[in-house]
Every structure is written in structure tokens, then in C-alpha cells.
Design a protein around this ligand. Sequence first.
Ligand code: ATP
Length: 275
Amino acid sequence: MSDGRSSNQYGNSAGIEVRNLSYHYGKMQALDAVSLTLSNGINMLLGPNGAGKSTLFSLLTGLKTIPRHNVKGVRIKASTKGAAPKPTCEISVRGVNLQNTRTDIMRSMGVVFQQSTLDLDLTVQQNLLYHASLHGISPKTALRNIEDVLLTLSLNNKLNAKVRRLNGGHRRRVELARALLHKPSVLLLDEPTVGLDIESRALIIKHVRTLTEREGLCVLWATHLMDEVTSADNLIVLHAGQVKAQGISNKLCAHYQVGSVAELYRQLTANMEAL
Ligand SMILES: Nc1ncnc2c1ncn2[C@@H]1O[C@H](COP(=O)(O)OP(=O)(O)OP(=O)(O)O)[C@@H](O)[C@H]1O
């Protein structure tokens, strides 16, 4: 079923497909057979503390290794002599399997992690140039991209400022600028607006939404802030490592007969205290 979301130069292929992904920390199951299809557009990931959002991000970004486990966490044995065991967990990005082709896929991804990963003692430009060099972008192109991206994020006057001297809102915008510098087609944002004032939050939201619409990006956006979800966004509710619901936000609300995303969220995570 078409949800009317934008297609673009990447066609209609899903930005990210996750199949049957489980993850354990020792005996603690952080993700339990998670399956997701994320198309171009904004995909909002809502979940209470401990739902598994950051674990999912770590697996998508290669910070954690995708396990070759079945859903019960049992290591898979080869069924035929000599044959390689077939993993039950699969993640693909733009149709390419992440387990097989990690480096190329990483180039197509921009990431803003929950915790800042900027070097505080470098300037904004130095941070961004370093990131560009990791992506193999020439200094000349990098400087042009940096200028463009800082301008669109109203940060052009901060080019030579040390990150340590920037306020929280400006630092988050630099993180976003860095994530966009190599022109990714998939953007992963782990609570990008947490702790920001209203103005900084609004600027980041507006910029990401405009860019997503214009460039046809696939964005996975984890948040606790339900007012960041619009009626047309694809919404995923993750709770205790399981996907409780996914679909276009207003359709999900209609399906569950609730009047708002907040109500939907409360209903789907109602047994939280009992866990
Ligand atoms: N390194 C770790 N060792 C053991 N358990 C962990 C580890 N990291 C996370 N967990 C547990 O895994 C579960 C999922 O954690 P995760 O950080 O992915 O959730 P989250 O949805 O990102 O939470 P938050 O919104 O608080 O960031 C939680 O129960 C958490 O306590």
C-alpha cells in the first residue's frame, strides 16, 4: 500500500530494512525480533527509557556487531556439512545487506548520536574537515560543503569558533552539519533535540524536515518528545525491545481509536511499570 511518501533518486526502495533483529547484553534481551521497513521520509522512533532505541542505533551504525543469532539467542548451526550458517537477523540499507558491505553503506549514512562526539578543543571547521577527510572528501570540496551546510543551519558565523565555546543548541547543530556533510541518503538521529531550548529545537526540526522533503532522505529519528511527531510521519513504537506498532501516525491513531500520539504511546506502553 502506498503511503504517499516521497520517492526520489533512490526510487521507492526502502531506506532501511531490519528483519528479525535480536540483541542481548548477557541475559538481558535489549531487542527482541525487531522487524522494520523504513521508507524515504521521517520515521519517528518512540520508546520509553530502556526500550532499546540506542541499541538499535548502535547496530545500524556498526558500533555493535549484528549477531548471528536466532530470536532465542541461540547460535545457529550449519544445517548442511560445509555450508555457512544463514543468519536470521538481517539489516539492509538501500537494498544492500549491511553484514556484507559495511563500508560503502556507512558512506551513505549520516548519524547524530545521543552523546556528543565533537572534539571540544577543535574549531567547528576543524571538526568538520576531519569528518570530511574520513569520508574521502577533498579539502576543496569539503570547504565548499562546510560553507553550504553551516549557512543552511545559520551557523556560518561559528566557523572558527572552538566547539567548547558554543552553547548546547549550536553544538547540536554542528553535529547535524557533520552528519550532513557527505550528503548521506539515510540519516540516523538519536534524540537530536534533547536538552535544547525551543528555538534551537524548532530550527533543527525545520531543517531536517525541509531537507528530507527536498532530497528524499530516509530519516530514523528517535525521540521522547511526542510533539515532534506529525500525522504524516511513519511512527514506530518500541517497548521492552519489541516493536509494538508501526505505521503512518494518523492511521495508527485511527486504528487504535485514540486522539493523539501521546494517547497511543500510553496505550502501547501501559504495562511498562509491570516489567
Ligand atoms: N552495555 C550494556 N550492558 C547491559 N545492559 C545494557 C547495556 N546497554 C543497554 N543495556 C540495557 O538494554 C536495554 C536497552 O537499552 P537502550 O540504551 O538501547 O535503551 P534506550 O531506548 O536507548 O533508552 P534511553 O531512552 O534511556 O536512551 C536497557 O534495559 C538497558 O539497561
